[in-house]
Design a protein around this ligand. Structure first.
Ligand SMILES: Cc1ncc(COP(=O)(O)O)c(C=O)c1O
Length: 350
């Protein structure tokens, strides 16, 4: 089976470095916070050309903490693209704010004109989801922008235009840990400090048992074992992205036209490689039978999830969600694997 993601093969590439980094953490006794987490934070910030970073326990918490730190909550509206992983919406709701779902363009990213039309007196934030690694460039609506760069690590130029950038290091991402993790990145030291405290029970440092912010914080910390894993993987991210781009270029050139290309910018790290096809379910089943794993990112727009009611219809997103298909494009694929995927994609059309 040609897998959509191969975390075992990826681990094998860096097994010695990961295992020695983890062993050092285990022997150090510094399991939460400490120098290894600080080094991972600096590494994440460098990847996005940001001045500061805070390690957090997931991409979802990165988004939630960023929204809370910007002072956004009940009564406030946050513009989100209709298509993303549902965590983008969850974070807005966790902060007490209201997500406003805006239709997308052909690239499945926020449509700037529709975003402009969705602006109200209550709009306080736009979340720019760099879906699949494609740079989302929202219009200037006079409110801050938060980058959801969960699928965009390793892109060039870095996908970081907003006041804050949320990153996920879930194992399947281009920079994946051996468990959950993430970062909030930014240039404003006060904002970053607020996020660090919010994610550490309101404390300025470990075991400083005083709520100096006068807020109820939470525990959203990145642990040192995951930070060690991430540090071992970090030097390999550029080569992985280069390989993913080469695979994407082969697919762009050689897939039959029944798999329509989804526009993306040149700098995309190919967090996910997607095409559109009208007979998606039939093709998916046929590809699976012939040993090619695929996935659907995402089967329905976020506003049409059963947990959400009253969201405006987003017709473009509806159509894309019926057609989008993710193909294996991870860096562990050999040229023969890519040939096999291409041949199988052609064969199942018959
Ligand atoms: C676009 C997007 N936003 C947010 C998240 C949430 O990240 P995590 O799974 O680390 O909580 C993901 C993860 O899949 C994602 O793809």
């Amino acid at each position: 089976m040609i897998r959509l993601v191969d975390t075992v093969a990826r681990h094998e590439q860096v097994a010695l470095a990961v295992e020695s980094g983890v062993r050092d953490v285990l022997r150090s006794g510094r399991y939460v916070g400490g120098p290894v987490v600080a080094e991972a934070e600096a590494t994440a910030a460098r990847m996005f050309g940001r001045a500061h970073g805070v390690g957090v326990s997931s991409g979802t918490d990165a988004l939630t903490l960023a929204i809370l730190a910007l002072g956004i909550g009940p009564g406030d509206e946050v513009i989100v693209p209709a298509i993303s992983f549902f965590a983008t919406t969850e974070a807005v709701i966790a902060a007490g704010a209201t997500p406003v779902f805006v239709d997308v363009g052909d690239d499945a990213c926020l449509d700037p004109n529709r975003a402009r039309a969705a602006l109200t007196a209550r709009t306080r934030l736009v979340i720019a989801v760099h879906l699949y690694g494609t740079m989302c460039e929202p219009p200037d609506l006079g409110v801050p922008v938060l980058d959801d760069a969960a699928q965009a690590v390793g892109g060039a130029p870095p996908r970081a235009r907003g006041v804050l950038t949320a990153v996920s290091t879930y194992p399947t991402k281009t920079w994946g840990a051996a468990g959950d993790g993430g970062f909030v990145l930014g240039d404003d030291p006060e904002l970053i400090d607020r996020i660090r405290r919010l994610g550490n029970h309101g404390m300025t440092a470990m075991h400083v048992h005083e709520r100096v912010m006068g807020v109820v914080g939470r525990n959203s910390r990145l642990d040192a074992v995951q930070a060690a894993v991430l540090l071992a993987h970090a030097p390999h991210v550029p080569a992985r992205v280069a390989r993913r781009r080469a695979i994407a270029a082969r697919y762009d050139a050689d897939l039959p036209s029944a798999y329509s290309r989804v526009p993306r910018d040149k700098g995309s790290p190919i967090g996910v490689y997607v095409v559109r096809c009208a007979r998606r379910e039939e093709l998916r089943a046929a590809l699976a039978e012939r040993g090619v794993e695929t996935s659907v990112y995402y089967p329905r727009p976020m506003g049409r999830q059963p947990a959400i009611s009253g969201a405006a219809r987003c017709p473009r997103a509806d159509q894309l969600c019926d057609e989008l298909l993710a193909l294996p494009a991870h860096e562990g694929l050999s040229d023969a694997d890519v040939d096999h995927v291409l041949a199988t994609c052609a064969e199942v059309l018959a």
